[in-house]
Design a protein around this ligand. Structure first.
Ligand SMILES: [Zn+2]
Length: 320
């Protein structure tokens, strides 16, 4: 894989949108593997097929490519509103490949697996004016801010190609968040978004309970919101996205990952022993360039909270 577009293809094109489509689609065909199963190449659907842009001939996953020049935007314009809602509710929407590019190369490429789509992230646009060729047609935008962070799986990040095996691992983990019913997806992602919003990597169940009123407005038929919150947290815990520390206290993100490393060590351990997990943590956090500093920061936090103590001579002891 390389990150460069084939500029020879566009000599005869004038329209910017056509140029963008030709370059980005060609790039996918010649560079991208299937991010769901690892098969070496994707295949293009015949033009104007409404189902998507590409599919994998091995696992049959379908992909729609959305690309944007310049910086990452949180709004992705998409096709007809009604079609999109119908496809999501009937569970046959494609996976999304979201690419940003500049100067004829890919900056970022994310897979957003199809099960992260809910009707709520689809925003209706105003109907086209009476003068338009397709007057009255209603398109939609995808509001990425409403998709939990865990649904954005980086394949290329800041022009760096991530290792295929690590991408596939992240994809498989994200598959754990699949829910069969649309309403169950809504609940799960609402709670996951609240968890992501918590300021530190440690949170209590009460921080999530404070959204009870908001949730009961959204789900008026549910009479036991707290039980539903607990159920979602349990699910996220089983799928390895949050970690239970103590009664009503959970960790996520970096803190959870460092705690997992400590669990594999003896009760007393040294900083170097934690540093030995550097490669593993780099897989989980491809965006971070200073893993050791992040490890030290988490240990400091755990020490401040009394979850580990420093016994001297570079040796720590865990209290859990
Ligand atoms: Zn595949």
């Amino acid at each position: 894989m390389n990150i460069y577009f084939n500029q020879n293809l566009i000599i005869n094109y004038k329209s910017q949108s056509q140029i963008a489509r030709v370059l980005t689609e060609d790039w996918v065909l010649n560079n991208l593997y299937c991010p769901k199963c690892g098969y070496e190449r994707l295949t293009h659907f015949p033009n104007n097929t409404p189902v998507g842009d590409f599919y994998c001939s091995k696992c049959n996953n379908q992909y729609e490519l959305k690309s944007k020049e310049g910086i990452k935007s949180t709004i992705i314009p998409d096709g007809a509103y009604d079609t999109m809602i119908l496809r999501i509710t009937s569970m046959n929407n494609p996976n999304f490949l979201f690419m940003t590019y500049s100067d004829y190369h890919v900056n970022n490429l994310y897979l957003i697996p199809k099960h992260f789509f809910t009707p709520e992230i689809i925003i209706k646009r105003s109907p086209l004016s009476v003068n338009a060729r397709r007057a009255g047609w209603i398109g939609c935008n995808i509001d990425c801010k409403k998709i939990p962070l865990q649904g954005f799986i980086p394949i290329i990040k800041n022009s760096i190609i991530l290792e295929t095996k690590n991408v596939l691992k992240t994809t498989q983990k994200a598959d754990g968040l699949k829910k069969d019913k649309i309403e169950s997806r809504g609940w799960l992602f609402d709670i996951l978004n609240y968890v992501n919003k918590t300021k530190s990597n440690i949170f209590t169940i009460y921080e999530i309970y404070k959204y009870e009123a908001e949730l009961s407005e959204k789900y008026p038929n549910n009479n036991n919101i707290k039980a539903k919150i607990r159920q979602q947290l349990q699910f996220l815990r089983d799928k390895g996205y949050i970690k239970f520390i103590d009664k009503g206290v959970y960790a996520h993100g970096w803190l959870m990952d460092v705690l997992d490393c400590l669990n594999d060590l003896n009760v007393t351990f040294t900083l170097d022993e934690v540093y030995a997990f550097e490669d593993l943590l780099a897989v989980k956090h491809p965006e971070n360039n200073n893993i050791k500093a992040k490890i030290r920061q988490q240990l400091q936090f755990l020490r401040d909270k009394g979850i580990i103590v420093f016994v001297g001579n570079g040796v720590y002891k865990r209290i859990f």
